[in-house]
Design a protein around this ligand. Structure first.
Ligand SMILES: C[S@@+](CC[C@H](N)C(=O)[O-])C[C@H]1O[C@@H](n2cnc3c(N)ncnc32)[C@H](O)[C@@H]1O
Length: 199
């Protein structure tokens, strides 16, 4: 299996445009971005002025090899597992990653990451994740994309923003998703029922 293609200039421009739109919606405070992994191209995106980027990866050797370095009040890396993020609830406006969903093979692992992503993401935040699908056959690209979409839909709604069409065709779509409000309400109702002893 070859390495996934590097993020292209249109990919990066697309991600930058989403970040700029998020920052424009909340001009009074800095955008808080969480990068899942340490993909250098992601760290080097032209994030909006004042944005603070934190990156999380569980592999110290990878961090040492790839992380372009911390910058005071601008970007920092943490060594931790995405299934137990050392971050407070609703502490991020934007979650970004390259291959952060497609590099995980087990559905339970993927669900745990999606649940943590939703916990730390503000209800008005966005997840922007590029996934490279490596199919066993050409038809497998569509099946792979559909599988990731269906997992994401447990926790997120895909937004009307779509990835550059070429990236979808090539099997590296950029998913843009917002936390799923209905699910949130269900969880809240479930928790309330549990606290009253209702099953
Ligand atoms: C983000 S993925 C893909 C990186 C690169 N952009 C690519 O497409 O090949 C690879 C990184 O994910 C990290 N990783 C995988 N599962 C993780 C988890 N549960 N928690 C933290 N880091 C994880 C690995 O340590 C590795 O550095």
């Amino acid at each position: 299996m070859g390495a996934p293609p590097k993020l292209s200039l249109p990919d990066l421009a697309f991600i930058e445009s989403i970040a700029a739109a998020c920052a424009a919606r909340r001009p009074s405070r800095s955008l808080r971005i969480l990068l899942l992994g340490v993909t250098p191209e992601m760290a080097g995106v032209r994030w909006p002025r004042g944005a603070v980027l934190r990156a999380v990866d569980r592999s110290l050797p990878t961090i040492r090899d790839l992380w372009p370095g911390n910058l005071p009040r601008k970007r920092a890396v943490l060594c931790a597992d995405w299934r137990a993020l050392p971050l407070r609830k609703f502490s991020c406006d934007l979650l970004v990653g390259d291959g952060c969903l497609s590099c995980v093979n087990q559905p339970d692992h993927l669900r745990a990451i999606a649940a943590e992503a939703r916990r730390v993401l503000r209800p008005d935040g966005l997840l922007v994740a590029r996934s490279c699908i490596v199919p066993a056959s050409p038809e497998g690209i569509e099946a792979g994309i559909a599988e990731q979409r269906s997992m994401l839909r447990e926790f997120f709604n895909e937004t009307p923003l779509s990835a550059p069409p070429q990236t979808v065709k090539e099997g590296c779509p950029i998913f843009v998703a917002a936390p799923r409000a209905v699910q949130q309400q269900r969880n809240a109702a479930g928790a309330a029922a549990a606290s009253r002893g209702v099953s």
